[in-house]
Design a binder for this molecule. Structure first.
Ligand code: HEM
Ligand SMILES: *[C@@H]1O[C@H](CO)[C@@H](O)[C@H](O)[C@H]1NC(C)=O
Length: 324
């Protein structure tokens, strides 16, 4: 562990940075769930303080504060190793979904200690790193989570540029539980949950494609580290074909349920072999995701220019053959 992180953990004021390696599997938290009960919950938290600070130096020719360009360099070193995206990159992508979908993209994943919930199993280590990066660069947590998710997406080879904005309000209030989909969710439950937040069946089929970079650890401990496609270091469409064919190292029941679903299934199948089509649909879906519950959208500043431009073919060539 980097000494800075350790110092930070010792000075911790919230749980998500307070313990380095808690045994998350022993946490017995009951997640009230729309996926197991009929009682849907709306969960928009009161906005706290945070966001991008006024008076920060702006990069020339762009409204984006210069600090995001520094953060961008820092993240590149964390997200790309040997031409493929790293465990931090996977966690960053998943975190950008998990902070938003349970209510608002408000930083409460980390600031509200949601990262200790079983629904966020596997995100604790990255949540602690986010906390340290936030302190180091003095930016808002909600923005940092979204910026890191977008950065990781384009840093994974073949990943698209997801437009990214900053200026969200942070919240220290944990979001309502039950919104994050379990590994065994039915296709109907998933579609219902996503539609209730304004997503289409195509959005859902495209967004779950982020599992192209995923490796499960908690759904089945016997197969810890198994990817949801054979190339988890690459943002490719192998995930779609392998999920349909039952050829992925490890597929979640939820993902297979979507394949079988009468409405989502056909959308899911449309992405097989269609990298560009998927990337475009993903960007549209994720743009919506990153604005969930954000009440000051008009005040946000475009920081897409601070993202890297995408990982080049020559980087991909450095990757182990099996990961390409
Ligand atoms: C729609 C239904 C979804 C379900 C049921 C689902 C479920 C899961 C589960 C069970 C894991 C494995 C956690 C573990 O055991 O380590 C996982 C990992 C992951 N999910 Fe999802 N997910 C969904 C949607 C999404 C979306 C929309 C995104 C991003 C846009 C996403 C990104 C990821 C990533 C990147 C990982 C890998 C994390 C890592 O390897 O550290 N998922 N997901
Ligand atoms: C999913 O698993 C949980 C916990 O094991 C169970 O309570 C729930 O009924 C399952 N849901 C479905 C749709 O199978």
């Amino acid at each position: 562990m980097h000494p800075f992180v350790l110092v930070h953990i010792l000075a911790a004021s919230t749980c998500c940075q307070a313990f380095a390696f808690p045994d998350v599997s022993s946490l017995n938290i009951f997640d009230r769930s729309i996926f197991s009960s009929r009682e849907a919950q709306s969960g928009v938290d009161g906005a706290g303080k945070g966001g991008t600070k006024n008076g920060q130096k702006q990069a020339q020719g762009s409204g984006c504060p210069a600090v995001w360009f520094d953060i961008s360099k820092d993240l590149t070193s964390r997200f790309l190793k040997k031409g493929v995206c790293t465990d931090d990159a996977r966690a960053a992508i998943r975190s950008s979904f998990h902070d938003c979908f349970d209510g608002a993209c408000d930083g409460s994943l980390v600031l509200g200690d949601e990262c200790f919930r079983s629904s966020n199993n596997g995100l604790l280590d990255w949540s602690m790193k986010l906390r340290a990066i936030k302190e180091q660069y003095n930016v808002g947590m909600a923005d940092l989570i979204q910026f890191a998710g977008a950065h990781a997406t384009v840093t994974c080879p073949k990943g698209p540029v997801v437009p990214v904005f900053v200026g969200r309000k942070d919240s220290y209030t944990p979001s309502k539980e039950g919104w994050l989909p379990p590994a065994n969710a039915t296709g109907d439950a998933l579609l219902k949950a996503f539609q209730s937040k304004g997503f289409t069946a195509t959005d859902l089929a495209a967004l779950i494609g982020a599992h192209t970079t995923a490796k499960q650890n908690f759904v089945n401990a016997q197969f810890a580290g198994y990817g949801q496609d054979s190339t988890p270091g690459i943002w490719d469409v192998n995930y779609y074909k392998e999920t349909i064919d039952g050829a992925a190292p490890f597929s979640f029941p939820a993902d297979k349920n979507l394949v079988k679903h009468p409405i989502v299934g056909p959308r899911f199948k449309e992405f097989v072999g269609k990298q560009q089509r998927w990337n475009t649909a993903y960007v549209a879906g994720f743009r919506k995701m990153s604005m969930l519950g954000v009440e000051n959208i008009d005040e946000l500043v475009d920081c897409t220019s601070a993202l890297p431009r995408g990982t080049r073919k020559r980087d991909i060539k450095a990757a182990p053959i099996g990961a390409r």
